[in-house]
Design a protein around this ligand. Structure first.
Ligand code: HEC
Length: 158
């Protein structure tokens, strides 16, 4: 009887720990970086049609590798018109000699910033130092040029 209760309790704890690991981060740079590391974003799919280290445009790296979470991938493939809540675009920025210098992230968070497409913006260096995060005016100001494409430059999502 006690053993059974103990087993049930342990199972419940194990399950909820698992659920917590899968839980989406809040709109916070450190929480997002932890989530990306825990979920090994470098194992995610690349933006459909893009290779690793493709030639990038100003102002990001000379060479870029852009990973997307599953739900983002599906929406892009389906030409859904935008990226759903809770999904990520993670772009690695490299120098011409393939040195990683920064990671820039767009994290869709419904209700976070309606006038900015509900994107949470984040830039960090390979050692995890956060350079910019949140409703970053610089990111938003430039990406506003493509707000009719869910603020995404790389390719049409419609
Ligand atoms: C001066 C304009 C400009 C600024 C400022 C800027 N971006 Fe971008 N961003 C671009 C362009 C252009 C691309 C497409 C690059 C390419 O594919 O070659 C891009 C691509 C991206 C992408 C890949 C998805 C997409 O839109 O193509 C992410 C993620 C991103 N930027 C995040 C950020 C973040 C975070 C900031 C602020 C820290 C930022 N950007 C600031 C112009 C800008």
């Amino acid at each position: 009887m006690y053993l059974r209760l103990l087993m049930t309790t342990l199972l419940t704890v194990a399950l909820s720990t698992n659920l917590l690991a899968a839980e989406l981060p809040t709109a916070n740079g450190k929480a997002v970086i932890d989530y990306l590391n825990k979920n090994n974003y470098q194992s995610w799919q690349l933006w459909p049609g893009k290779t690793e280290l493709y030639v990038g445009n100003f102002p990001h790296g000379a060479l870029l590798t852009t990973y997307v979470s599953n739900g983002a991938y599906d929406a892009i493939e389906a030409k859904a018109g935008g990226i759903p809540d809770g999904e990520f675009i993670v772009k690695e920025n490299y120098t011409p000699d393939k040195k990683l210098v920064a990671v820039t992230v767009m994290y869709k968070k419904d209700g976070y910033n309606a006038e900015g497409g509900d994107w949470f913006w984040l830039k960090f260096t390979p050692d995890g130092t956060i350079q910019e995060e949140g409703k970053v005016g610089r990111c938003i100001g430039c990406h506003a040029g493509v707000k009719n494409n869910d603020w995404l430059f790389i390719a049409s999502v419609k």
